[in-house]
Design a protein around this ligand. Structure first.
Ligand code: ZN
Length: 99
């Protein structure tokens, strides 16, 4: 859960930079890559459908059957984290552009 989590960017799940939006009960930290505008937009919307679609998109990119061993697992996890960050930024930007 990224809400009220000072360690994780609310938009993309990367490490937060120490800045947040929201209030004392519902606070969203964001990272250096995501802007305050993205964080405000993200905290004011229900991200569940976008997050679900992001996961589906990444799963499709990864392929249906992934068999990894050793250091390949680390590289795959790094790739997923990076892809998730990029997909979430794109998804939130696309939502913002429709308004
Ligand atoms: Zn971020």
């Amino acid at each position: 859960m990224r809400l009220n989590n000072s360690e994780s960017c609310y938009v993309c799940a990367r490490r937060a930079c120490g800045l947040a939006v929201g209030n004392a009960h519902r606070r969203a930290w964001y990272c250096e890559m995501c802007t305050i505008e993205l964080a405000v937009e993200a905290i004011n919307m229900n991200l569940d459908p976008i997050e679900k679609q992001t996961i589906v998109n990444i799963a499709e990119k990864a392929g249906k059957e992934v068999t990894l061993t050793g250091e390949d697992v680390n590289a795959f996890i790094e790739w997923v984290i990076q892809e998730y960050s990029n997909e979430m930024r794109n998804a939130v930007n696309n939502v913002m552009e429709t308004f």
